[in-house]
Design a protein. Structure first.
Length: 185
């Protein structure tokens, strides 16, 4: 445990709490947390997770722009029908297979399959958050459950604890977003 990990965790919790409230400031907390995690995750040889943080920074900038269009509610929460999930799930599986295979062959990555799955799942799901797709919370529940194991395996106990907290907040986030979607309808 380090002060940097603690700072990243605090900022990540701030991100999620603000995202639940659909407050665009969530994206600024995301940028700061991700910047710290780039280095921390690289140091523990979770290379895909480290690279994912760079994506998070880019998506946080995108999310900030999208959510700030004229007002913070410019993008309304929407729901996808079940059939819409086939393409994002197929993308996650195919990219996981490709990157995990490459990591296994070309690097000393400690957990190439889980690292790849969490990374590609997170990329797709972060885009869903930026577009305010309600089912992002379902995706996060699966991703974050796996992340708890992944971070414990690398002795990142604060980060694993963060993801346990995320699992609780995901339920609250889903309920909040569903309520806001119904309020608009």
């Amino acid at each position: 445990m380090s002060l940097w990990e603690l700072a990243a965790v605090v900022l990540a919790i701030a991100y999620l709490l603000l995202a639940i409230k659909q407050n665009a400031l969530c994206w600024l907390a995301a940028i700061a947390s991700a910047a710290i995690y780039v280095v921390l995750l690289f140091e523990v040889r979770l290379y895909m997770e480290s690279a994912l943080q760079l994506f998070y920074i880019a998506m946080a900038i995108y999310g900030w722009v999208v959510w700030r269009r004229s007002d913070q509610r410019a993008v309304q929460v929407s729901s996808w029908p079940l059939a819409f999930h086939f393409i994002p799930l197929l993308i996650i599986v195919l990219l996981t297979l490709a990157s995990a295979t490459a990591l296994k062959v070309y690097t000393d990555a400690v957990s190439p399959w889980l690292d790849s799955f969490v990374t590609w799942g997170s990329i797709v799901t972060t885009w869903m958050v930026a577009r305010k797709i309600l089912q992002n919370w379902h995706y996060w529940f699966v991703i974050d459950t796996i992340s708890v194991y992944l971070y414990v395996s690398r002795d990142l106990w604060l980060t694993a604890g963060l993801f346990v907290v995320y699992l609780i907040l995901i339920v609250l986030g889903y309920r909040q977003w569903r309520s806001s979607m119904r309020a608009v309808a």
